[in-house]
Design a protein around this ligand. Structure first.
Ligand code: SER
Length: 620
């Protein structure tokens, strides 16, 4: 069999379909455009969803892509399998060809077979096939038209052979192509083993015959919510990592050239021998998978945070960091491993290289945040588990406390508990979280918009309650000593909260502050606000209206609440750097006027801790 590199496999796929009249289209972002049904793009067809539905028209009816995908939530979630499984990933690439009302089953099947047997030169006697139970057309395309022995084609039910992107949307019956790992076992049991989903076969390519638009969830596959699409189409998906493992003759995706440089980089950092690495293969795999996911998510603008999409880079970075601690990393190391991802993926996804330094910075920042709280979180978890009876279950309230107060992601709590033989009450965790959202006011915040009106009302309310004077917040930016004060309000997404949990980004209104809020080119101060067992890292300041000053930051410890006593402390070194650059701006102005003449006028400036910019107008 011939061997190909991952870059060659990807290129040969796209070239083949281009020759067959398909337009090569770039991968879309991992963040679906305007699709509330989906957290992340999880298949190649997502960017074409509206084309299948007939809502969007393109000037081509055939397309081919290598699409960035994430499967971490909803219908397609592989997060927990990553590590123990040699083949599961959160982030992966899907090769696909698409027909929008152009060709249908017969051609899709013929193209797939030709590519595998003639371009990749896979032996036909290693390939077996499935079709949807009543799909005679697909069955006959394999057996009659391509002459495949009927012993190699299984009819299967909707669990395996009906594909849907989410509970609703485009869907249809499928035909799958599998790789036979043990051809020496003969043909007689192929159908039975396929139907039993036996490990003998590895699914490599899914051909979906898009025929319906599902209007409502239909777990029984009764078909009653399926409306026909305006024109039937084809959506195929082949996981790049899997087909590469076959082309490179290795039994795990992690042994392909997509992953070995990442694992080798990690190994260089640990100093493990190959035997030590293999004895610790789960952490190595988790790190390799999660660092790819983190790099691609951040590159697509999804930064770590507490909620929604932002929770995913946080989970993968923290989970990778925890598995890293199992193989000896006690300091941030993932940015170093990320360099290997840029080396492997940067040729095809050149956007990664443009943003590499920023991506590494964001990863390290998140790892640092995790390290700050991880020890305490893991220690408390240890104590909780020690108090459980063998085989017991950690309560949802405890798991929520670990997340909300100590920043331990639920997934990490679950990993640790399971490693020690304990379960975690997931439903209890979900309801504790939902309860918090209600109590904190987060439930009401849904849909609220940030507006001048909101802040005017907030200021008026605080003044009416006698918490602020008519001039508003007591603003004292000339001082740099810590200020003891009170939390008057917490704001998130244009709504007030009563309290916040670790990981949430909030705006904090204090009765008094010495934090400078950006005006006239000098950038805002940063620092911390801390109280009894809670702390917020302030990264930005806002002055939404005169009299109201908000500190924007992330809760890094505990649960700050309205009314709490707080101490606001500036990052004084940073403030001093800003002042020096401010002074330097004046010196520069004076020097320019002395040397070039009095006509040099300052038109604008930027004064930051690490740089300044002086703007002038050219006088003719
Ligand atoms: N949408 C199908 C899948 O994800 C084929 O691309 O498997």
């Amino acid at each position: 069999m011939k061997t190909m590199s991952s870059a060659e496999v990807r290129e040969a796929f796209v070239d083949f379909f281009e020759e067959m009249g398909h337009r090569p289209i770039a991968s879309s972002s991992l963040v679906p455009a305007d699709d509330p049904t989906l957290l992340f793009v999880n298949a190649g067809m997502v960017q074409f969803k509206d084309v299948f539905l007939g809502i969007d028209k393109r000037d081509y009816s055939r397309a081919t892509t290598s699409q960035k995908c994430m499967r971490v939530s909803g219908k397609h979630n592989d997060l927990e399998n990553v590590g123990p499984s040699p083949r599961h990933h959160t982030f992966f690439e899907m090769l696909g060809n698409f027909s929008f009302g152009d060709y249908f089953k017969r051609d899709a099947i013929k193209y797939a077979y030709t590519l595998l047997t003639e371009v990749y030169e896979l032996p036909a006697d290693r390939l077996v096939f499935t079709v949807y139970e009543n799909d005679d057309e697909a069955y006959s395309a394999w057996t009659d038209e391509l002459g495949v022995d009927p012993k190699r084609v299984a009819r299967m039910g909707p669990d395996t052979n009906f594909w849907q992107m989410a509970d609703t949307g485009p869907c249809g019956p499928t035909s799958e192509i599998h790789w036979d790992k043990s051809p020496e076992l003969g043909e007689d049991e192929i159908i039975l083993k396929l139907q039993a989903e036996d490990d003998r076969f590895l699914e490599i390519w899914n051909l979906v015959f898009m025929q319906f638009n599902r209007q409502q969830a239909d777990p029984e596959h009764s078909g009653q919510w399926d409306l026909p699409l305006p024109a039937p189409g084809v959506d195929t998906g082949m996981g790049l990592e899997r087909i590469v493992s076959i082309m490179q003759g290795v039994e795990a995706n992690y042994k392909t050239d997509l992953f070995t440089p990442i694992i080798a980089r990690t190994q260089e950092l640990t100093g493990h021998s190959d035997a030590e690495r293999d004895a610790n293969i789960v952490p190595y795999r988790v790190i390799a998978d999660h660092i790819r996911a983190a790099v691609f998510l951040i590159s697509d603008g999804v930064y770590p945070g507490a909620k929604g999409r932002a929770a995913i880079p946080r989970i993968v970075i923290r989970r990778a960091a925890r598995f890293g601690s199992k193989i000896g990393f006690d300091r941030p190391f993932l940015a170093d491993v990320a360099d290997a991802v840029f080396a492997v993926m940067g040729d095809y996804f050149s956007e990664l290289l443009v943003d590499a330094e920023n991506i590494k910075r964001v990863i390290t920042l998140e790892e640092e945040r995790f390290h700050r709280t991880m020890d305490r979180g893991l220690n408390e978890l240890d104590e909780m588990l020690a108090a459980l009876k063998a085989g017991g279950r950690l309560s949802g309230a405890d798991a929520f406390y670990l997340k909300a107060t100590l920043g331990l992601p639920f997934q990490v709590t679950k990993d640790v508990a399971e490693e020690r033989g304990f379960a975690v009450d997931e439903a209890g965790f979900a309801s504790a979280e939902a309860e918090h959202a209600l109590i904190s006011g987060g439930g009401q915040a849904m849909g609220a918009i940030e507006s001048g009106e909101f802040y005017r009302q907030l200021l008026a309310d605080l003044q009416a309650a006698g918490e602020l004077s008519s001039s508003g917040v007591d603003y004292a930016p000339y001082s740099d000593t810590p200020v003891d004060t009170t939390v008057l309000a917490l704001v998130q997404d244009g709504a007030r909260l009563e309290s916040a949990i670790v990981g949430e980004t909030v705006e904090v209104i204090l009765a008094k502050t010495q934090f400078y809020a950006e005006a006239g080119g000098q950038i805002s101060d940063a620092g911390t606000i801390a109280g009894d067992a809670w702390a917020i890292d302030v990264v930005e300041m806002k002055r939404p209206l005169s009299g109201l000053i908000a500190h924007v930051g992330e809760v890094v410890e505990g649960n700050p609440a309205v009314g709490a006593k707080a101490t606001a402390s500036l990052d004084v070194a940073r403030r001093k750097d800003i002042i020096r650059n401010h002074t330097a701006t004046h010196l520069l102005h004076a020097a320019l006027r002395n040397n070039l003449g009095k006509h040099v006028q300052q038109r604008g400036s930027l004064v930051a801790p690490d740089r300044l910019r002086f703007e002038s107008r050219r006088m003719s």
